[in-house]
Design a binder for this molecule. Structure first.
Ligand SMILES: NC(=O)c1ccc[n+]([C@@H]2O[C@H](COP(=O)([O-])OP(=O)(O)OC[C@H]3O[C@@H](n4cnc5c(N)ncnc54)[C@H](O)[C@@H]3O)[C@@H](O)[C@H]2O)c1
Ligand SMILES: O=C(O)CC[C@@H](O)C(=O)O
Length: 525
């Protein structure tokens, strides 16, 4: 039974779902990084929000971990490259808290426009300062969106309902999408010059870090009000403080900070400054949504292999996963065979599918091939980290889907390219389930796969099979199945044997010395 650890506060829906699906779940929140590292090795899944930091060190300690599920959008608290390298799938829930976060941005915009927190504090202090708090209307004001994805587009929709004019800076926003959203696509400089309110909705990346730098803030309209419900680090906090102090910036509301938890900040106490403690996603509705989604996604992955919303693996629905499983098993075996037989440096791997396999999602098939190919140089390779390992080793990967008639109900062909040339193996599924090898290095065979196999290339000469049988028999190795293929009578022949016992090194030498033998290799599948 897989085991999942929930290490951040999450709706009770998440543990309920894990238990209902037969997964053992433990909720342990507020652990120090050492406490977490000490227990993480017991778990197959880790479900988190934003407090847990899934660092490279934690991932290295997580020997059984298969999946990290982020109940939320941003995965900046997860070292995704380290997870990928370790073969751990990282999933998020990209839509569950978008409305809630957009509403928080709108709430902060209203709070800034009418100085609600200061007015509330003053009134509750018994001051009744009616003349101190003069606000501004939102109607007809220009809202500048930086980032017009899920959350930005919901903010735009709500702002248009408030009769604001919405302009957006997002290099990935197409003119058609901008038109559909009812917003004007502008450059960043345009936005800075025109917006009365600016709201940020981008991830924190190299291109967005300090997007509101001192220089950018200096280009804003006097009195601009700024809202950040996306990520700390998008605004230069010192420059923001200076802008508020000088009166150039009319107000700023931050839900997110460079350092979190933000228990001290030079911004605290600055007139016109409002803050919330990363509450963007904190509504009952959003937390139930993300908890349900993360638990369902992680359970699907751990129980069926289905992949949804993964950042480091192609999607695979829970319905498609069982259909693809026999193809992936075949693909991995073909990869294992070429990976073990190829001694030269692999520069490229081509995966071709035809027949029934061509109707399926090819990505998981390719992932399985790569995992098989690279198993010969990494024990920890799996479908998640195989594409990353391939990239690291400059192995070019190609996928080809053939829509042609085939002699087989389905065919998967794997070709590896080395400085010495190309070699390929191909396989099919018998009865849509049982993998069979049908071609190896251009020679037709008809072989099933087994855990231990002996591969031999020899000259097709009379008497060889008898001598081989005797050699194996003398070493106490029993032959399970025996498959033969050859280029032609008397030409190069291939033998694939499944054997019941491990093949000792000495036996390989003895076979190698038999007359006519060109290559001998023990294969582990
Ligand atoms: N405060 C919270 O609690 C909270 C809750 C949910 C999400 N978030 C954060 O909100 C942010 C936005 O989430 P989303 O779901 O809308 O993401 P999204 O991926 O749907 O949208 C992000 C948008 O930013 C745009 N973008 C990327 N680089 C840009 C750049 N250099 N300049 C301008 N635009 C750029 C993208 O094209 C995309 O349209 C994320 O950082 C997420 O982590 C915060
Ligand atoms: O979990 C939270 O409270 C914050 C979530 C938010 O930052 C996100 O990126 O989804």
């Amino acid at each position: 039974m897989p085991k999942v650890l929930i290490s951040d506060k999450m709706s009770p829906k998440a543990p309920e779902i894990f238990r209902a699906r037969g997964i053992e779940v433990h909720e342990k929140t507020g652990l120090s990084k050492d406490e977490l590292a000490a227990i993480i090795g017991d778990y197959d899944g880790l479900a988190i929000r934003s407090s847990t930091k899934a660092t490279a060190a934690l991932i290295a300690a997580a020997k059984n971990l298969k999946v990290i599920g982020r109940a939320g959008i941003g995965v900046d608290n997860v070292d995704v490259p380290a997870a990928s390298a370790a073969g751990v799938v990282v999933m998020n829930t990209p839509f569950g808290n978008s409305i809630t976060t957009a509403e928080h941005a709108i709430a902060l915009m209203f709070a800034l426009a009418r100085q609600l927190p200061e007015a509330d504090a003053s009134t509750q202090a018994g001051k009744w300062e009616k003349n101190r708090f003069m606000g501004v209307e939102l109607t007809a004001k220009t809202l500048g969106l930086i980032g017009a994805g899920n959350i930005g587009s919901i903010v735009a929709d709500r702002a248009l309902g408030l009769k604001m004019k919405v302009i957006a800076y997002d290099p990935f926003l197409t003119p058609e999408r901008a038109k559909d959203m009812g917003v004007e696509k502008v450059t960043l400089d345009d936005l800075l010059a025109k917006a009365d309110f600016i709201t940020l909705h981008t991830p924190l990346t190299d291109s967005t870090r300090n997007i509101l730098s001192a220089e950018a803030l200096a280009k804003t309209k006097k009195g601009v009000r700024i809202i950040n419900c996306a990520r700390g680090g998008l605004i230069d906090e010192a420059a923001l403080k200076a802008g508020l102090d000088s009166g150039h910036i009319g107000g700023a509301a931050l839900d997110v900070f460079v350092e979190e938890p933000a228990t001290a900040s030079p911004l605290f106490g600055t007139p016109g400054f409002i803050s919330t403690p990363h509450l963007g996603a904190s509504t009952d509705e959003a937390q139930v949504n993300v908890a349900i989604q993360v638990a369902e996604q992680m359970a699907d992955f751990l129980l069926t292999g289905g992949v949804t919303n993964a950042l480091n693996m192609p999607s695979l629905s829970a319905e498609d996963a069982p259909k693809l499983r026999p193809y992936m098993a075949l693909a991995e075996k073909l990869g294992l065979i070429v990976g073990q037989l190829e001694t030269a440096e692999i520069r490229g791997v081509k995966v071709e599918v035809e027949g029934a396999a061509a109707q399926l999602n090819i990505k998981p098939i390719t992932g399985a091939v790569l995992a098989g190919v690279m198993r010969s140089f990494s024990d920890t390779v799996n479908m998640v980290n195989a594409p990353f390992l391939a990239r690291e080793r400059n192995i070019e990967v190609a996928e080809v889907r053939h829509e042609r008639d085939t002699d087989y109900q389905t065919l998967v062909r794997v070709t590896v390219r080395t400085p010495e040339g190309e070699r390929s193996v191909a396989g099919t599924l018998l009865g849509s389930q049982f993998p069979r090898l049908v071609e190896i290095f251009g020679i037709k065979v008809e072989a099933d796969f087994s855990e231990r196999m002996l591969f031999i290339i020899n000259e097709d000469k009379p008497g060889f099979i008898g001598r081989l049988g005797t050699t194996l028999g003398e070493a106490g190795v029993n032959i399970g199945t025996f498959h033969l293929g050859r280029r032609g009578a008397g030409a190069e022949a291939i033998l694939l044997l499944s054997v019941d016992q491990p093949i000792p090194e000495q036996l390989l030498w003895n076979v190698c010395r038999l007359p006519g033998v060109k290559t001998v290799k023990a294969l582990k599948l």
